[in-house]
Ligand binder design. Structure first.
Ligand SMILES: [Zn+2]
Length: 265
Protein backbone atom coordinates (compact mmCIF):
# COMPACT_ATOMS: atom_id res chain seq x y z
CA UNK A 1 0.00 0.00 0.00
CA UNK A 2 1.30 3.42 -0.92
CA UNK A 3 0.51 6.57 1.07
CA UNK A 4 -1.43 9.26 -0.83
CA UNK A 5 0.82 12.03 -2.17
CA UNK A 6 -0.29 14.57 0.46
CA UNK A 7 1.13 12.31 3.16
CA UNK A 8 4.39 11.90 1.35
CA UNK A 9 7.21 13.61 3.17
CA UNK A 10 8.70 16.33 1.05
CA UNK A 11 12.38 16.50 1.75
CA UNK A 12 14.96 18.83 0.30
CA UNK A 13 18.39 17.35 -0.05
CA UNK A 14 21.38 19.60 -0.28
CA UNK A 15 24.01 17.55 -2.01
CA UNK A 16 27.17 18.52 -3.86
CA UNK A 17 25.98 22.10 -4.08
CA UNK A 18 22.76 21.00 -5.74
CA UNK A 19 19.29 21.44 -4.35
CA UNK A 20 16.83 18.80 -5.32
CA UNK A 21 13.28 17.99 -4.24
CA UNK A 22 12.72 14.37 -3.35
CA UNK A 23 9.64 12.67 -1.95
CA UNK A 24 9.97 9.64 0.31
CA UNK A 25 6.82 7.54 0.18
CA UNK A 26 5.79 4.64 2.30
CA UNK A 27 7.49 1.35 1.50
CA UNK A 28 10.78 3.11 0.80
CA UNK A 29 9.93 4.49 -2.61
CA UNK A 30 11.95 7.57 -3.57
CA UNK A 31 10.47 9.88 -6.20
CA UNK A 32 12.44 12.61 -7.98
CA UNK A 33 10.36 15.01 -10.03
CA UNK A 34 12.65 17.99 -10.43
CA UNK A 35 16.34 18.80 -10.66
CA UNK A 36 18.35 21.89 -9.71
CA UNK A 37 18.07 24.59 -12.32
CA UNK A 38 16.34 22.53 -15.00
CA UNK A 39 13.07 20.88 -15.82
CA UNK A 40 13.00 17.10 -15.44
CA UNK A 41 10.84 15.72 -18.28
CA UNK A 42 10.69 12.17 -16.84
CA UNK A 43 9.82 11.45 -13.20
CA UNK A 44 12.04 8.85 -11.53
CA UNK A 45 10.70 6.40 -8.94
CA UNK A 46 13.03 4.07 -7.07
CA UNK A 47 11.48 1.33 -4.93
CA UNK A 48 13.91 0.10 -2.29
CA UNK A 49 11.37 -1.87 -0.25
CA UNK A 50 13.15 -5.12 -1.21
CA UNK A 51 16.44 -3.96 0.33
CA UNK A 52 16.90 -5.20 3.90
CA UNK A 53 20.17 -3.59 5.02
CA UNK A 54 19.45 -0.12 6.39
CA UNK A 55 22.90 1.30 5.50
CA UNK A 56 22.45 0.14 1.91
CA UNK A 57 18.91 1.48 1.82
CA UNK A 58 20.28 4.91 2.75
CA UNK A 59 21.92 4.98 -0.69
CA UNK A 60 18.51 4.93 -2.39
CA UNK A 61 17.92 8.73 -2.43
CA UNK A 62 21.43 9.29 -3.86
CA UNK A 63 20.80 6.64 -6.52
CA UNK A 64 17.43 8.16 -7.44
CA UNK A 65 18.85 11.68 -7.60
CA UNK A 66 21.82 10.58 -9.73
CA UNK A 67 19.55 8.71 -12.16
CA UNK A 68 17.15 11.62 -12.53
CA UNK A 69 19.49 14.60 -12.48
CA UNK A 70 22.71 13.21 -13.95
CA UNK A 71 22.39 9.91 -15.88
CA UNK A 72 19.06 10.77 -17.51
CA UNK A 73 20.46 14.06 -18.89
CA UNK A 74 23.79 12.48 -19.91
CA UNK A 75 22.01 9.92 -22.10
CA UNK A 76 19.60 12.56 -23.37
CA UNK A 77 22.61 14.47 -24.76
CA UNK A 78 24.49 11.40 -25.95
CA UNK A 79 21.57 9.76 -27.77
CA UNK A 80 19.44 12.77 -28.69
CA UNK A 81 16.44 10.68 -27.58
CA UNK A 82 13.64 12.43 -25.69
CA UNK A 83 12.60 9.61 -23.40
CA UNK A 84 9.49 11.41 -22.15
CA UNK A 85 7.81 10.73 -25.50
CA UNK A 86 7.45 7.08 -24.51
CA UNK A 87 8.15 7.12 -20.75
CA UNK A 88 6.66 9.88 -18.55
CA UNK A 89 7.82 7.88 -15.51
CA UNK A 90 10.91 5.68 -15.12
CA UNK A 91 10.66 3.06 -12.37
CA UNK A 92 13.51 1.19 -10.71
CA UNK A 93 12.83 -1.77 -8.44
CA UNK A 94 15.89 -2.61 -6.34
CA UNK A 95 16.15 -6.13 -4.92
CA UNK A 96 18.42 -7.97 -2.55
CA UNK A 97 19.68 -11.17 -4.15
CA UNK A 98 17.47 -13.38 -1.96
CA UNK A 99 14.36 -11.54 -3.16
CA UNK A 100 15.31 -11.34 -6.87
CA UNK A 101 12.19 -12.32 -8.88
CA UNK A 102 14.11 -13.32 -12.05
CA UNK A 103 16.50 -16.15 -12.91
CA UNK A 104 19.87 -15.86 -11.18
CA UNK A 105 22.88 -14.68 -13.14
CA UNK A 106 21.66 -11.27 -14.27
CA UNK A 107 22.53 -8.16 -12.26
CA UNK A 108 19.60 -6.30 -13.73
CA UNK A 109 16.73 -6.58 -16.13
CA UNK A 110 15.43 -3.62 -18.13
CA UNK A 111 11.79 -3.48 -19.16
CA UNK A 112 9.36 -0.92 -20.55
CA UNK A 113 10.21 2.44 -18.90
CA UNK A 114 12.08 0.90 -16.02
CA UNK A 115 14.38 -1.76 -14.67
CA UNK A 116 14.76 -4.31 -11.90
CA UNK A 117 18.26 -4.29 -10.50
CA UNK A 118 20.17 -6.04 -7.71
CA UNK A 119 21.03 -3.93 -4.66
CA UNK A 120 24.65 -5.15 -4.88
CA UNK A 121 24.83 -3.73 -8.42
CA UNK A 122 22.82 -0.53 -8.01
CA UNK A 123 23.73 0.72 -4.55
CA UNK A 124 27.41 -0.10 -4.09
CA UNK A 125 29.21 1.92 -6.78
CA UNK A 126 31.99 3.91 -5.13
CA UNK A 127 32.34 7.17 -7.04
CA UNK A 128 32.71 10.90 -6.31
CA UNK A 129 28.97 11.36 -6.97
CA UNK A 130 27.85 8.22 -5.15
CA UNK A 131 26.06 5.26 -6.63
CA UNK A 132 24.28 5.14 -10.01
CA UNK A 133 23.28 2.94 -13.00
CA UNK A 134 24.42 3.59 -16.57
CA UNK A 135 23.61 0.09 -17.91
CA UNK A 136 19.93 -0.78 -17.43
CA UNK A 137 18.73 2.73 -18.25
CA UNK A 138 20.64 2.55 -21.55
CA UNK A 139 18.57 -0.51 -22.54
CA UNK A 140 15.45 1.62 -22.07
CA UNK A 141 16.91 4.45 -24.16
CA UNK A 142 17.97 1.99 -26.89
CA UNK A 143 14.44 0.57 -27.13
CA UNK A 144 13.81 3.75 -29.16
CA UNK A 145 16.30 2.63 -31.84
CA UNK A 146 14.12 -0.25 -33.03
CA UNK A 147 15.68 -3.61 -33.92
CA UNK A 148 19.36 -3.86 -32.98
CA UNK A 149 21.95 -6.49 -33.98
CA UNK A 150 22.87 -7.35 -30.38
CA UNK A 151 21.53 -6.42 -26.93
CA UNK A 152 24.66 -4.50 -25.92
CA UNK A 153 25.49 -2.72 -29.16
CA UNK A 154 26.98 0.77 -28.61
CA UNK A 155 27.17 0.03 -24.85
CA UNK A 156 30.96 0.41 -24.50
CA UNK A 157 31.21 3.96 -25.85
CA UNK A 158 27.82 5.07 -24.46
CA UNK A 159 28.49 3.92 -20.89
CA UNK A 160 32.04 5.30 -20.84
CA UNK A 161 30.79 8.64 -22.12
CA UNK A 162 27.94 8.70 -19.58
CA UNK A 163 30.41 8.04 -16.73
CA UNK A 164 32.53 10.98 -17.87
CA UNK A 165 29.54 13.32 -18.19
CA UNK A 166 28.03 12.51 -14.79
CA UNK A 167 31.35 13.22 -13.05
CA UNK A 168 32.75 9.73 -12.36
CA UNK A 169 36.18 10.33 -13.87
CA UNK A 170 37.73 7.26 -12.27
CA UNK A 171 34.94 5.08 -13.67
CA UNK A 172 35.46 6.70 -17.06
CA UNK A 173 39.20 6.04 -17.15
CA UNK A 174 38.70 2.46 -15.94
CA UNK A 175 36.18 1.94 -18.76
CA UNK A 176 38.57 3.46 -21.31
CA UNK A 177 41.48 1.29 -20.13
CA UNK A 178 39.30 -1.81 -20.33
CA UNK A 179 38.03 -0.82 -23.77
CA UNK A 180 41.58 -0.38 -25.11
CA UNK A 181 42.59 -3.79 -23.76
CA UNK A 182 39.49 -5.38 -25.32
CA UNK A 183 40.22 -3.68 -28.65
CA UNK A 184 43.58 -5.43 -28.89
CA UNK A 185 42.07 -8.79 -27.85
CA UNK A 186 39.08 -8.50 -30.19
CA UNK A 187 41.22 -7.47 -33.16
CA UNK A 188 43.48 -10.49 -32.59
CA UNK A 189 40.42 -12.79 -32.38
CA UNK A 190 38.92 -11.35 -35.59
CA UNK A 191 42.25 -11.63 -37.47
CA UNK A 192 42.57 -15.24 -36.34
CA UNK A 193 39.12 -16.30 -37.57
CA UNK A 194 38.30 -14.44 -40.77
CA UNK A 195 35.02 -15.14 -42.51
CA UNK A 196 31.49 -13.88 -42.83
CA UNK A 197 28.93 -14.82 -40.16
CA UNK A 198 26.41 -13.17 -37.86
CA UNK A 199 28.64 -13.60 -34.80
CA UNK A 200 31.74 -12.32 -36.64
CA UNK A 201 29.75 -9.31 -37.85
CA UNK A 202 28.62 -8.44 -34.32
CA UNK A 203 32.21 -8.75 -33.05
CA UNK A 204 33.41 -6.56 -35.95
CA UNK A 205 30.72 -3.96 -35.24
CA UNK A 206 31.60 -3.80 -31.53
CA UNK A 207 35.30 -3.54 -32.45
CA UNK A 208 34.49 -0.74 -34.90
CA UNK A 209 32.43 1.39 -32.50
CA UNK A 210 35.00 1.05 -29.70
CA UNK A 211 37.84 1.85 -32.08
CA UNK A 212 36.09 4.97 -33.40
CA UNK A 213 35.20 6.14 -29.88
CA UNK A 214 38.72 5.71 -28.47
CA UNK A 215 40.18 7.98 -31.16
CA UNK A 216 37.21 10.41 -31.22
CA UNK A 217 34.89 10.44 -28.17
CA UNK A 218 32.51 12.95 -29.81
CA UNK A 219 31.64 10.21 -32.32
CA UNK A 220 29.37 8.55 -29.75
CA UNK A 221 26.77 11.25 -30.36
CA UNK A 222 27.04 10.74 -34.13
CA UNK A 223 26.40 6.98 -33.72
CA UNK A 224 22.87 7.72 -32.50
CA UNK A 225 22.18 10.57 -34.89
CA UNK A 226 23.38 8.84 -38.07
CA UNK A 227 21.59 5.55 -37.36
CA UNK A 228 18.40 5.02 -39.36
CA UNK A 229 15.59 3.75 -37.15
CA UNK A 230 14.07 0.47 -38.27
CA UNK A 231 11.78 -2.18 -36.83
CA UNK A 232 12.47 -4.99 -39.33
CA UNK A 233 13.33 -8.19 -37.48
CA UNK A 234 15.56 -9.43 -40.30
CA UNK A 235 19.14 -9.74 -39.04
CA UNK A 236 20.69 -8.54 -42.30
CA UNK A 237 18.57 -5.42 -42.17
CA UNK A 238 19.88 -4.65 -38.69
CA UNK A 239 23.48 -5.22 -39.82
CA UNK A 240 22.95 -2.92 -42.82
CA UNK A 241 21.54 -0.07 -40.74
CA UNK A 242 24.37 -0.23 -38.23
CA UNK A 243 27.12 -0.77 -40.82
CA UNK A 244 25.96 2.20 -42.85
CA UNK A 245 26.02 4.29 -39.68
CA UNK A 246 29.57 3.19 -38.73
CA UNK A 247 30.67 3.96 -42.27
CA UNK A 248 29.14 7.45 -42.21
CA UNK A 249 30.69 8.27 -38.82
CA UNK A 250 34.11 6.96 -39.90
CA UNK A 251 33.85 8.78 -43.25
CA UNK A 252 34.17 5.62 -45.30
CA UNK A 253 36.95 3.98 -43.28
CA UNK A 254 34.81 1.29 -41.62
CA UNK A 255 33.38 -0.32 -44.77
CA UNK A 256 36.40 -2.38 -45.99
CA UNK A 257 36.88 -3.85 -42.51
CA UNK A 258 33.19 -4.64 -41.89
CA UNK A 259 32.83 -6.27 -45.34
CA UNK A 260 35.30 -8.95 -44.21
CA UNK A 261 32.89 -10.17 -41.53
CA UNK A 262 29.35 -9.04 -42.25
CA UNK A 263 26.79 -10.84 -44.43
CA UNK A 264 25.11 -7.54 -45.32
CA UNK A 265 26.19 -3.96 -45.78
ZN1 LIG B 1 22.36 -5.48 -20.33
Amino acid sequence: MRLPPNLAIQLGFFFGGLFCAIALHAQDTVTVSDCPGKLLPVQFEVDCSHVADSALKQQCPTFARNQACRVFFAYRDITGINLEQSCPVFKYEIYDENQWPHPKGEGGLAGHCGADILSDVALKIDSPIGTYDVHEILHVYQAELGAIPQAHILFGPSMAEARKRIGDNKGYWNAMTQMKQELARNKAALDKQPGVSDSACIAAEVYTENNIYVSNPAAVMAFYRKLELGRARDMNDRFRRFNRMYDLVSEGKAKPFLLNYCPAF
